[in-house]
Design a protein around this ligand. Structure first.
Ligand code: PLP
Length: 379
């Protein structure tokens, strides 16, 4: 006799949604987790890593878990890149730890290794030895991993690799997300592939994966009843998000190709114009997915045109552009925390603009963008 069908405590019913794989299938919690684990496996392959990958419900949650797994507790110091999105840093405050900000270097716009070393030594001198660094690959551009890694290893610093924007990027053929001890990928709506909301935590080993999963699912102890000894979170990726992720992964390489085409388009378009430079990988060690194309507008060389003039001119033509991330040490939320560096990231912010980079920008759209730019820069 065939085994009778499993009766669930509370089966999920996706009938109304009629998703491809769920049509006509009754799903219990076990099957849900099988699909999420399948997504994790596919992500692992995409990242070309053997390290365990935990699917969670946002990149922010992944950073929070990464910090917890790195043993960061209240009062600890964590070195952060000032030039980043706020979600990079907020989890430091969730824990009650203390962010310390570091300036960028001009090539990648990411953390300046020299400033990092300076910050570290100064903190150590003041009895505030930091335990971790959060490094961001902004707009998909990898940071100077080689140099930072050597310093971090020598000084027992855990690297949290915030590659939320950099799925498909790499440094010396190491995938972003696998640089460092813990890696983060985001699948938020605006990222290169999306699950409408979601993230990954790339873990150093199986034990931290299991611990991460435990914390992400309310820290329920392994008992048939509900037993809890510590605070957990509701951070695991949702089932439908994982299903969507499975359908998105095959699209990644094409998306990257299209993003790179946009980057090349801007490089070609701006080439004859003085005062405009396109954010570009310094050499072949750095492979960006070019999630967003960004430029610097130097008014002193661009006939007085500022990035804001350009933004408004594009807006008048219904073309969206946006200033690059405002550095964290300039944010009201973070202005009281220490900052090490000069004015590089401030200058980048003053001159930096992100341009339309979507994978769906057509040849006609490009012509419109080019024309609008030509009109304001008069070339
Ligand atoms: C998007 C993003 C995050 C947060 O990811 P979510 O999935 O939106 O929570 C973190 N860091 C950076 C640099 C990001 O761009």
């Amino acid at each position: 006799m065939p085994k009778p069908k499993q009766i669930y405590l509370s089966a999920l019913n996706y009938a109304a949604l009629n998703t491809q794989s769920q049509a006509g299938r009754e799903v219990g919690c076990k099957e849900v987790y099988q699909d999420i684990e399948e997504f994790e496996k596919r992500c692992q392959q995409t990242l070309k890593t053997d390290r365990p990958v935990l699917a969670v419900n946002s990149g922010t949650a992944a950073i929070h878990l990464g910090l917890l797994l790195a043993g960061i507790t209240a009062g600890d110091h964590v070195i952060c890149q000032s030039m980043t999105f706020v979600a990079s840093v907020n989890p430091v405050l969730y824990i009650g730890a203390i962010p310390v900000f570091v300036d960028s270097e001009r090539q990648t716009w990411n953390m300046d290794p020299e400033r990092l070393e300076e910050a570290f030594l100064d903190l150590v001198r003041n009895d505030k030895r930091p335990k971790a660094i959060i490094l961001t690959s902004i707009y998909g551009m990898p940071y100077d991993y080689g140099r930072i890694f050597a310093f971090a290893k020598a000084n027992n610093l855990t690297i949290i690799d915030d590659s939320a924007e950099a799925l498909g990027s790499s440094y010396k053929d190491l995938s972003n997300g696998t640089l460092g001890d813990f890696g983060i990928i985001s699948f938020n709506n605006n990222k290169i592939i999306s699950t409408t909301g979601g993230g990954l935590l790339i873990c150093p080993d199986a034990a931290s994966y299991e611990r991460g999963k435990f914390l992400a699912t309310q820290a329920k102890e392994n008992e048939p009843f509900y037993q809890h000894k510590e605070i957990g979170f509701n951070y695991r990726m949702g089932h439908l998000n994982a299903m969507m992720g499975l359908s998105q992964i095959p699209l990644l390489s094409e998306r990257i190709t299209m993003r790179k085409q946009m980057h090349n388009f801007y490089q070609d378009s701006f080439q004859p114009i003085s005062g405009i430079s396109v954010h570009t990988a310094p050499d072949d060690d750095f492979k960006s997915n070019y999630w967003l194309s960004a430029i610097l507008v130097d008014p002193s060389e661009a006939g007085g045109v500022t990035k804001e003039d350009l933004r408004l001119a594009l807006e008048a033509e219904d073309i969206e552009s946006r200033p690059i991330w405002k550095p964290m040490h300039l944010q009201p939320l973070y202005s009281t925390y220490a900052y090490y560096g000069g004015t590089v990231c401030e200058e980048l912010f003053e001159k930096g603009l992100c341009l339309p980079s979507g994978s769906n920008v057509t040849a006609i759209d490009r012509k419109r963008i080019e024309l609008a730019i030509k009109n304001v820069l008069k070339y």
